[in-house]
Design a protein around this ligand. Sequence first.
Ligand SMILES: C[S@@+](CC[C@H](N)C(=O)[O-])C[C@H]1O[C@@H](n2cnc3c(N)ncnc32)[C@H](O)[C@@H]1O
Length: 210
Amino acid sequence: MRRITVKGELKSAQRMTFKGMVFYVFRHVYPPAEDTFLLAEHLEVGDRVLDVGTGCGILSVLSAVEAEDVVATDINPYAAACARLNAEINGVSERVEVLVGDLLSPLREEEIFDTILFNAPYLPTGQRSERLSPIEYAWTGGEDGRMVIDRFIQQAPRRLKPGGRILLVQSSLSGVKRTLRELRMMGLRAEAVDEQPAFFERIVLIEALS
Ligand SMILES: C[S@@+](CC[C@H](N)C(=O)[O-])C[C@H]1O[C@@H](n2cnc3c(N)ncnc32)[C@H](O)[C@@H]1O
């Protein structure tokens, strides 16, 4: 992979505004869409927030308006660079730390959060993770759409403070009932709390409380 520079990426970046804030979206980074906005409408986050799969960082930046401390992760290094830039230009970079890596693995061992956000890659694609380009990580959910969601559910609950909550977005094509069942098996109270119709599916927001 070539070296990522903000100057280089800005040449082909899209510029968008949301809730009065400006965001740049680099070429290999997921452009915020209906699933992002569904989650954004439910951001009451508390002091410490984890934004898994941050993309251009939009949910981290919005969270940092209220939260004292936001940690963002993404497996795509272009997304991490883009999220750092958007935190900077929106004046919240001191409260947003962006880490590159798989799901929750970049976190320090003792870290726990009031809110954990994940607009997950959820499309059933049949593709395997070792063959993906950086942008394909944004939507590729493997054979049944659950390749990333299932691993997230195994990792996230123990990172919640007592009384904390997970907000997870996925498609109706990739097993909402199964997600609710798995979250409940991890000891959380989980419900689908909102949804948005899309072309062939519903985009569903799931809330899970510790
Ligand atoms: C649907 S996009 C959402 C981006 C952004 N949060 C938003 O709502 O616009 C999913 C994001 O998850 C990231 N992602 C996919 N698999 C991941 C993994 N195993 N660990 C960390 N991030 C991952 C992708 O690179 C992508 O940025």
